[in-house]
Design a binder for this molecule. Structure first.
Ligand code: F0G
Length: 422
């Protein structure tokens, strides 16, 4: 398998594994797509929907030709990931203020987050290269996903998790799967920097989104969305943005669907960050002071002290910002930054619709509502929000919102009545 540097264009082999080009630029998998027939593949994908077992029953590996055609089937580690629901509920559509709103519930993945779409690809690739130990830094979901796949494959996972501000539910889920959890003082950014420096010498296969295979697997979210909608996507696809791996992956998936002729029209991508952790939003809006270098090139200014109640998004130096910026440019996309109260109210709306999600995921709906109000998205347009994590990923947030009234506004608070002894 080969990769190409998105900065200098140089090609690199992915065996032994590499996470960056010699020039420091990020790598994308170079796909051998020449001669693919989209109409034939649409039929193949549809036929595989009937599979109940085997790798093609997975909502990621069903699209193997577009993800990792060269990977031996025997290396694939799958838990039937993908195959997630697509939902529309009127209260949420009205909340956003668009004509039609869909939720793609990646929260229904086996470990409860969208990370499984990419993780199955990364772990499978690591297995094909003979790795025994798999590692990541995480705000909680990447680690839970990696721990699950590594355990399933009978391999060891080593995860770096900030000591503060990571949901207990995610840490406990990771612990239960037998991961070697190492907490540290600092943020996700420090954990990732440590692993980028030390993974190779410790013979660890790194499973963060700097790993280009993670991006390939995660593209399947838009493949499945497009297939569910008969290959006609909505005007906007809205995602919460932290490390920006997801924005990079969905953008790459959309670009490929369009270039290969699966879809006629590219949707626009909107990336929503939490206000306290929004370096990418500031960059894209030219609001981070010295945004450009002397050469006129854009440079991201990291947020040194990221903070938000949506702890999954507590990231100050998103590693995939270059790729995400390119995808926003390609699709004529945009960004937004939303406050914690807006995020938690949007979450209460999604939860009340019977769909449910964790706080970070609700940033997408809060951001879409803001973009409609500011005029960046037209009320007659259609949108899909990607729900990235399950309602049960952060149960403290539910208690703080509904029972303690410490966060969010009051309109959507539910009641709990104690009847005493009956
Ligand atoms: N939503 C959830 C629930 C997440 O866990 C994350 C990231 C994001 C959105 C943002 O996606 O990083 O691709 O821009 N979680 C990470 C983790 C980084 O370690 O679990 P992104």
């Amino acid at each position: 398998m080969k990769a190409v540097c998105i900065e200098c264009g140089k090609e690199t082999a992915l065996s032994p594994m590499r996470y960056a080009c010699g020039c420091g630029g990020p790598l994308d998998v170079k796909q051998p797509f020449a001669g693919l027939d989209p109409e034939r593949l649409k039929r193949v994908f549809r036929e595989r929907r009937a599979h109940r077992t085997g790798i093609y029953a997975s909502g990621v590996w069903r699209y193997k030709e577009l993800i990792a055609p060269e990977l031996p089937e025997s290396a694939v580690v799958t838990k039937n990931e993908g195959n997630t629901g697509l939902y529309e509920r009127e209260p949420a559509t009205a909340y956003a203020g668009v004509r039609r709103l869909m939720f793609k519930a990646q929260s229904e993945n086996p470990s409860g987050s969208f990370k499984d779409n990419g993780m199955t690809a990364a772990v499978s690739h690591g297995i094909s290269l003979g790795y025994e130990r798999f590692a990541c830094a995480s705000t909680g979901n990447t680690s839970a996903s990696l721990a699950m796949y590594a355990a399933f494959a009978g391999k060891q996972s080593i995860v770096l998790v900030p000591k503060r501000d990571v949901s207990d539910n995610k840490v406990l889920q990771t612990l239960a799967a037998g991961a070697d959890i190492r907490t540290f003082d600092g943020t996700y950014d420090d954990g990732l920097r440590y692993l980028e420096t030390h993974a190779e010498e410790q013979e660890l296969y790194l499973c963060n989104s700097v790993n280009p295979l993670r991006i390939e697997g995660q593209k399947s979210i838009v493949f499945e969305l497009a297939e569910q909608l008969n290959w006609r996507l909505p005007d906007w696809i809205v995602v919460p943005g932290g490390a920006l791996g997801n924005a990079a992956a969905l953008g790459k998936g959309l670009r490929e669907l369009h270039a290969l002729g699966f879809i006629d029209k590219l949707p626009q991508l909107a990336v929503v960050q939490a206000e306290g952790a929004a370096p990418f939003h500031r960059l894209m809006n030219g609001r981070d002071g010295s945004g450009a270098t002397a050469g006129g090139e854009r440079m991201l200014h990291p947020e040194p002290r990221p903070h938000t109640r949506a702890t999954a998004l507590k990231i100050g130096h998103p590693p995939s910002w270059r790729k995400a910026a390119a995808m926003l440019e390609l699709t004529g996309g945009t960004t937004a930054a939303v406050g914690d109260d807006e995020i938690l109210d949007a979450k209460a709306c999604i939860d009340r619709c019977g769909i449910g999600c964790e706080p970070a995921s609700a940033a997408a709906l809060a951001g879409l509502r803001q973009l409609v109000r500011s005029g960046a998205v037209h009320p007659e347009q259609t949108a899909a929000c990607i729900l990235t994590g399950h309602l049960l990923k952060d149960t403290d947030a539910i208690r703080e919102y509904h029972l303690e009234g410490r966060i969010g506004s009051s309109q959507l608070r539910s009641r709990l009545t104690h009847l005493g002894k009956l």
